[in-house]
Design a protein around this ligand. Structure first.
Ligand code: NAX
Length: 328
């Protein structure tokens, strides 16, 4: 088709944006035959820096980049958008309590949800990368009553990719041998990367590893704390890998999952696996024709049950906090 797909990115002048925009513009999201129009939202003081990024996008002469619009007004920037990648968020500052963090982000994601509700295209799909991603997605979703709830999601694909990479390294196999990885729960240190349903070359991953101490004592914390390890090493938080995962997430949502595999996405719970209905929690999902479904029928043992419940309890606390603040 020659009609450009309109892709909104918020926080476009930030670190993740600096990697993400060039990947989208080069066709990594929608392929080499689909023109893309970028709609970039920033806060007013960052617009000048964003103009510089747009100059660089121009200088790439990407064949798939049909146009770029920038601005600080969500109702203009989101007008007619088909995909929205909500990356810009308020980071936790020194001495900031969780309530302050949730409130500051509510001030971003509630108006953005309302703007999407008002002006986005009918087929809008929303991906929240900005932290706290699950709860920010819940806030945006709750402020967009006319958009079907299944069009909102939060990013746990970076955690998913980290889990695949760690497992592949442990077993000395290519990442392509790993299927059916799952991240459950919140994109936070309570997340649960699950090897009991993952497969390595068609065999059960937990059995192949055969080392519960490594699984519980090394694998899970390494994946859950990888963001902090990147900050420690790089002096800045994950950016290129977060951008890559955001592309993976949105591309899977558009193109679907291959047979015999699934991905992790944080989506609105329908009560599956005992996850309280209405929370935006990460699940194993398959995608077909642009619609995700939670993989059903997996057996959850006591170890996994405890881990999932702990992360979901944190999501419920965040939900209660933003409800108390009148944000949802
Ligand atoms: P940066 O601080 O480099 O960039 C954020 C940008 O958002 C800034 O340019 C800022 O001006 C902009 N912004 C703030 N409020 C805005 C608003 N109301 N509308 C539009 N833009 C706004 O952060 P960066 O490293 O790019 O990270 C962005 C977000 O991703 C952070 O919240 C970060 O915590 C989160 N992450 C999420 C990950 C995930 O897996 N879900 C992993 C990576 C990353 O930590």
């Amino acid at each position: 088709s020659t009609t450009p797909v309109k892709v909104a990115v918020t926080g476009a002048a930030g670190q993740i944006g600096y990697s993400l925009l060039f990947r989208i513009a080069s066709g990594a999201l929608l392929g080499p035959d689909t023109p893309v129009e970028l709609r970039l939202l920033e806060i007013t003081p960052a617009l000048k820096a964003l103009e510089g990024v747009v100059m660089e996008l121009d200088d790439c002469a990407f064949p798939t980049l049909a146009g770029v619009q920038i601005g600080d007004d969500a109702t203009k920037v989101f007008d007619g958008v088909n995909l929205a990648l909500l990356v810009g968020a308020r980071p936790r500052g020194p001495g900031m309590e969780r309530g302050d963090l949730l409130e500051a982000n509510g001030g971003i994601f509630a108006p953005q949800g309302k703007a999407l509700n008002e002006v986005a295209a009918d087929d809008i799909k929303v991906t929240v990368t900005g932290n706290p991603a699950n709860t920010n997605a819940l806030i945006a979703m709750s402020n967009a009553p006319d958009i079907p709830t299944e069009r909102f999601s939060a990013l746990t694909r970076l955690d998913h990719n980290r889990a695949i990479s760690q497992l592949a390294a442990k077993l000395g196999v290519p990442v392509t041998e790993i299927k059916k990885m799952t991240i459950w729960g919140n994109h936070s240190a309570t997340q649960y990367p699950d090897l009991f349903h993952a497969e390595v070359s068609g065999k059960n991953a937990a059995e192949t590893v055969g080392d519960q101490d490594w699984l519980a004592g090394t694998f899970i914390p390494t994946v859950a704390k990888r963001g902090a390890a990147i900050i420690e090493a790089r002096g800045a938080s994950s950016a290129a890998s977060a951008a890559s995962a955001t592309i993976d997430h949105a591309r899977t949502w558009v193109q679907g999952t291959p047979d015999g595999d699934w991905v992790s996405m944080a989506v609105r719970s329908d009560g599956s696996y005992g996850v309280q209905e209405g929370l935006i929690s990460s699940f194993p999902v398959t995608v077909k024709d642009g619609q995700w479904s939670i993989v059903q029928g997996l057996e959850i043992d006591d170890f996994s049950r405890g881990k999932i419940d702990a992360s979901v309890a944190e999501l419920a606390e965040e939900r209660d906090a933003v409800k108390g603040l009148g944000l949802i």
